[in-house]
Write a protein that binds this ligand. Sequence first.
Ligand code: GLU
Length: 610
Amino acid sequence: MCGIVGATSERRISEILVEGLKRLEYRGYDSAGLAVLSESGSIECVRRTGKVQALKDAIGDTPLAGTTGIAHTRWATHGGVTEANAHPHISENCIAVVHNGIIENHEKLRAQLQALGYVFNSDTDTEVICHLVHHQRKTESDLFKAVQAAVRQLEGAYGTVVMDCREPGRLVVARSGSPLVIGLGIGENFIASDQLALLPVTRQFMYLEEGDMADITRTSVKVYDRSGALVQRDVHESDGQYDAGGKGQYRHFMLKEIHEQPTAVRNALEGRLVHGQVADDAFGPGSMDLLKDIEHVQIVACGTSYHAGMVARYWLESMAGVSCNVEIASEFRYRKSHVHRNSLLVTISQSGETADTLAALRLSKELSYRGSLTICNVATSSMVRESDLNYMTRAGAEIGVASTKAFTTQLVGLLMLVLAIGQHRGISDKCRNAIVSGLQALPAKLEEALLLSDEIEALAPEFADKFHSLFLGRGTQYPIAMEGALKLKEISYIHAEAYAAGELKHGPLALIDADMPVIVVAPNDELLEKLKSNVEEVRARGGIMYVFADKDAHFKSDTSMRVINVSHCDELIAPIVYTIPLQLLSYFVAIIKGTDVDQPRNLAKSVTVE
Ligand code: GLU
């Protein structure tokens, strides 16, 4: 979601800014812009709706003259998708600002600034920042102090970068609720909302913490904490591992990431299972001391990660001997919930910056949780830094907005959690062995599931003219049905609902007709016979079904049912294995519909606004 790139250098930086924006494209956005400041103090600003390529085309082949600059991809929250609303916003031809997040008190500030004579050129909440800084700069001696005075008046979330035509070579940045990372160069420095944007120019990074401000010039970086004290933030060397590289042989990042899942799962397990036990540091140093006390698990997440949490509830309660609740973060954070004794707050997030989930983690620190754990893909993220324990999923950069390998590796992390907590709560040998052998067999099982690709591609045309679909599963496959429905919605724009199959007769059966495909997830598990009855209920009402089933489940294709056999796997890992064909189905349907698979409309990766 929305991206920021900034640079101050001796060389012209417009190409670095545009390349940085391109590397953030995957996060989803609707317009892009940049402003560069020359040594003589003139600002040049270019903005375009649509793709970064449109911005690049508008700039042309000659780099702009500026050596200090800021750039932005916008995911509109306030004001439509127009060139006037795209960032940077500029006050009085002098103060230029880019901003990620939402300024909640923008209406009040706008009225105050208008009363002072400022004219607004956009409908965004962001524009109040540049006029406010401009106003403060009239009485403050320098840009840093003016930004400091301005952000004190802001309510809401922001990651913002400001430059001033009177101070070429200087960028002032502030972070509150929206991540920012400084990239350190030689004779040049950079700022971005994600290190990925800066990997072509540096590998040295300094992560800003909540409430931090920074004063950045070509040759110096000064960071101040929320109290205004000068502080030292650690410098991290990136090995570039999180760099996504290109699409390789694949047409889309999503397809590449679907196919990367066997490797991602291997990486997620590497060195963490030792002689059938969870390695002591799998969840971070000292984790076992905390996990041994846990009697209850509260999982909080959004979207796909929420579905991973729902699967984990079945696992934790049936095998680890702890009770478990799972809740959507945006609900959890605004609800007065009961905290169980010795409860572990588990957050799940690909980016570790999901605004609602992060807020839930912060809220948990004011409540009586025994501790917190995050299952996350980005080691430098806010959630990892702010949680007591973490399980890094090591999926590698996930560029497709629709999450795939992040989900399956989250499930691996959650199975490891079952084992780790279970080890202290007398997990049975049978369960332990099933988890260990299931995890060890998983990469190969995922490879087998990927072989279904051609068969699924061939049936995708049958979905292309449909407007609605229904996904059914039971037990751990119910959340997998939910995840399948979410994938289809996200990238093919076909309305998809998931139901626990036993719920059909309580309402959704009324929807069944030949125009609404019903997708059934049917491994050979203990709920198979129950599921078969539900399948018959659909058949009796003229429904058309696509059943992803274990061969031993003995479903047979006929006029009302198309059976896609998924090779046999242990019931325990079936939710992970059956995810693959559903991902492939949504991908191939989207291809036929011609949608923007990697950046579906209206959506963003790393949802940093609430
Ligand atoms: N709220 C701002 C806007 O709508 C910033 C959105 C963003 O984070 O991209 O312009």
